[in-house]
Design a protein around this ligand. Structure first.
Ligand code: CDP
Length: 231
């Protein structure tokens, strides 16, 4: 497509297909895809493994100083795996144990400051698609293209259930529903960078859209951005 590289910020509720779209866009455009949620999940994994008391300010700060996060491209997945202190954390971070606590961890100011600084660094060269909750509002307020994704809550529950059921046959629909509702509630009501649509973001409800339709539509938007040269 265009040589003029931009930043694409994708925000939205839990499990509404942000990463599927972000990954497909990155592959099509030859951009880097960064799953910012994986960073909060990896930090949560560290906190859980090391029994960090999440309400203890000093413990949280100490723990963060011991965390090193990096992304390494995985050819098989066509996306990057997150490394937590040199260990590939990808196999553990989608676990329900992590999902149940991640929004609590992501609401901590120091955790966000730590993650956002790295995310902004990764966007310096542009040519990046990043998805999360505060990408268009806080991480890249000047992103050339901002999308805010949503989908019918039941559609989201069933999508995530099917995804998790592939590796965990013990999971129930009720458990998934509870987790999505809880995370959406914490993410939208927290004090630090709550999930909200940036004023200049385009709302995308994909309840009734196929992945292909959605990708085509957003690729058109990217083309427009690149030709408008909103630099
Ligand atoms: O499960 P899903 O893919 O929808 O979520 P995720 O992108 O893996 O993010 C997991 C959690 O991390 C969210 O529920 C938020 O609490 C937090 N998060 C955040 O606060 N800010 C971001 N930019 C990304 C994720």
């Amino acid at each position: 497509m265009s040589a003029h590289k931009i930043i694409i910020a994708i925000d939205g509720y839990s499990s509404c297909g942000k990463s599927t779209l972000a990954k497909a866009l990155a592959v099509k455009l030859g951009y880097n895809y960064i799953d910012s949620g994986a960073m909060y999940r990896a930090i949560t994994l560290y906190f859980l493994r090391n029994n960090v008391a999440m309400t203890n300010h000093a413990e949280v700060i100490e723990a963060i100083s011991n965390i090193n996060l990096s992304f390494v491209f995985n050819e098989h997945r066509q996306a990057s795996d997150i490394y937590l202190n040199d260990e590939n954390a990808e196999p553990y971070i989608r676990d329900m144990l992590v999902s149940d606590r991640v929004s609590e961890v992501a609401a901590i100011k120091e955790v966000r400051t730590f993650a956002v600084a790295q995310q902004q660094q990764m966007g310096k060269k542009k040519g990046i698609v990043m998805d999360g909750r505060d990408i268009g509002t806080t991480v890249f307020p000047d992103a050339e293209l901002k999308l805010f994704m949503t989908a019918d809550p039941e559609v989201r529950v069933m999508r995530r259930f099917k995804e998790l059921y592939e590796t965990n046959h013990a999971i129930t629909i009720e458990e998934v529903r509870h987790n999505l509702e809880l995370r959406d509630y914490i993410d939208t009501t927290r004090e630090e960078s709550p999930l909200r649509k940036a004023e200049d973001a385009t709302l995308l409800d994909n309840s009734l859209m196929s992945r292909e339709e959605q990708l085509e539509m957003v690729l058109e938007m990217v083309k427009d951005c690149a030709t408008n040269k909103k630099q």
